[in-house]
Every structure is written in C-alpha cells, then in structure tokens.
Design a protein around this ligand. Structure first.
Ligand SMILES: C[S@@+](CC[C@H](N)C(=O)[O-])C[C@H]1O[C@@H](n2cnc3c(N)ncnc32)[C@H](O)[C@@H]1O
Length: 307
C-alpha cells in the first residue's frame, strides 16, 4: 500500500503585505530610485503614503488599526504600478493621484497648474492674523491663482469676503473653477484671465495675495525632473526670477484699499528681492509649519518706498 499524500505542485503565493509593510517597502523603493520630494511631501514615507492611501481609497489620515490591515492582491498590484510610474516618469505623486490638500481643503491637481504647496496656507488658516482684522476684509485678490488653492482657501477662512483669482493661463483657470465647484465656493469666488493687474483697472482689495512665478533662468536649468511636469509658466520668471514680483510691487498699491496688505511668496528668491529693493521695508513672515520667502507690505509702505 502506498502512503502517498496529495501534494500541490503550485508554488505558494506570497501573502500580500500589510499596509505598514507596503509603506515601508514603497518608501525604500522610492529612496533607492533617487526621486525628488518637494511637491506636497518632503520624504519617501509621505510620498509612498500619498500613493498607497489613494489606492486604498482612504480619504483622511487613517487610524493605527489600518496599518495592520492586509492589502488585497489587486491593491498590491495597483500600488506597485503607481510606484513604477512615479519612478519611471518622475511625475510627482499627487499628479498621479489627481488630488491633494491645501489649508485642510481637498484640491484636484493635474498638469494644468502648479501643485499646491505654498506656506501661505498657514497664514490663510489664521485669517491673516495678526496683520489685519479679519472682520474688515471684504475683498481679496489672489494674483497668479493657478488651480485656485489660495483664492479658495481665503474664501473658506474669510467667510464674509469676496475673492477674485486671476491667472494668465486658461488651463489653470479651468482647474480653479472645477475646484471652486467641488468646494461649493463659486458664489463668492470669481476666476478670470488677467496678465497680472491688466484686467483689474480701478478695482481695489483689502488683501492682495500672490504666489507668482519666481524661478530664475539658471535655477530653471537645475531643477529636478519632477518640475518638468509642472507648467513652465508657473515657475519661470525671467533671468533673475524677478519679472512677476517687479510688476506686483510696482502696481499693487493702486489696487489696495487704505490699510490694505500685499502678501507675496518669493521662496528662495528672497535674497535677490532684498538685494534688488534694499530700501523697501519688507516684513518677512515666519511659519510654524516651515517654509519661508514670504513678504508682507502695507499699501502705505508701497506708496512711500516703491517707485
Ligand atoms: C507659482 S504658480 C502659483 C499657483 C497657485 N497660486 C499656487 O500657489 O499653487 C504661478 C501662477 O502664475 C501664473 N502666471 C504666470 N505669469 C502670469 C502673468 N503674467 N499674469 C498672471 N498670472 C501669471 C501661472 O500661470 C501660474 O498659474
């Protein structure tokens, strides 16, 4: 009598990983591939989490129990495919997922506009305190609005204000309007095409806020490949990166109400701005969540110091 037992010759399928395991493997893969982080996340763990949470359809940051859950085979494959795409194309993670967060608000994001990541989010969440009394803010202008994140966040946190978002790019404006509809803010936010202030003759605002293009020619050439997926128009600002800032400084005062504020992000072009306008009393803001290169000026300072 033979004692042969039934033996399966199929190779055992590896067990799908836990969420924690997938995250750690994904982060290591991204690190090894040398991708650049800086479009909403600044490290491999967050970049991997952005993609994995998208695959798992998790809308918010999950509780600790989620990390012990096992992925399905399909989820594992979808995550691997996204990692592969992230590495082979160098497309930023949130362009792959199509969504991100700004000032706590969900935003659609795609190649029509820059990925929202400005430190200005923190100032807006604080309703521009202590620089202005939020109750007196009736009208806000977001110049160079892109996908509308700053304009929409301003409308959300200043619930009595009317907000206008201007951009020269039709594609960016289309995305801004989609975001506005999603957030149900279209009643108080108007998006329109304008080359800086050109379409705004005679209009005045209590706050003008802007994250304009500010990358100089030399820096443009040395940017990591991830930036090539963003519109060039959103980044490049002439030889020194000052083209947009120059127009804003020159024209902002006539579009501000008395006591009104101009707030502009210039990122690491800050040194060049200081050097170029040594007599302008820029107030450089600090942020608890990091980031910098943001100046604030009042209408009166602009009138007195900017020719
Ligand atoms: C750095 S992106 C900022 C986008 C968005 N405000 C944000 O913070 O994510 C700069 C934006 O300025 C726009 N822009 C470039 N030149 C402009 C001009 N001459 N007039 C108005 N907008 C301009 C670009 O299309 C782009 O959307």
């Amino acid at each position: 009598m033979s004692d042969m037992r039934k033996v399966s010759h199929r190779p055992a399928r590896p067990r799908p990983p836990t969420v924690l395991g997938a995250l750690s493997r994904g982060a290591k893969t991204l690190d090894r591939a040398g991708v650049f982080f800086g479009h909403g996340s600044n490290n491999a763990e967050d970049d991997a989490a952005t993609m994995l949470f998208h695959v798992l359809d998790l809308k918010t940051t999950p509780g600790p129990a989620v990390y012990r859950r096992r992925l399905t085979l399909r989820q594992t494959e979808a995550f691997d495919a996204m990692l592969e795409l992230r590495i082979s194309t160098r497309r930023p993670a949130v362009y792959l997922t199509g969504r991100t967060w700004f000032a706590g608000l969900p935003m659609r994001t795609d190649a029509r506009a820059l990925i929202p990541r400005s430190p200005l989010a923190e100032l807006i969440e604080n309703q521009f305190r202590p620089w202005i009394d939020p109750a007196r803010v009736k009208r806000v202008l977001d110049l160079c609005t892109g996908g509308g994140c700053i304009a929409l966040a301003a409308a959300y946190y200043l619930s009595k204000a009317k907000v206008e978002g201007m951009d020269i790019s039709d594609e960016a404006l289309a995305l801004a309007r989609e975001n506005s509809r999603d957030l149900r803010l279209s009643r108080r936010v108007r998006f329109a095409k304008s080359d800086h202030f050109a379409a705004l003759k005679g209009r005045q605002y209590d706050i003008i806020i802007s994250n304009p293009p500010y990358v100089g020619e030399r820096e443009m050439r040395s940017l990591p490949p991830e930036y090539e997926h963003e519109p060039r128009l959103a980044l490049a600002a002439g030889k020194q990166g000052l083209d947009s800032v120059r127009v804003i400084l020159k024209q902002a005062a006539r579009h501000l109400t008395p006591g009104g504020l101009l707030v502009v992000e210039v990122g690491n072009t800050e040194m060049r701005v200081r050097h170029h306008w040594p007599r302008v009393p820029f107030m450089w803001l600090e942020f608890e969540r990091g980031g910098g290169g943001v100046f604030l000026l009042t209408r009166e300072q602009l009138q007195r110091h900017v020719r």
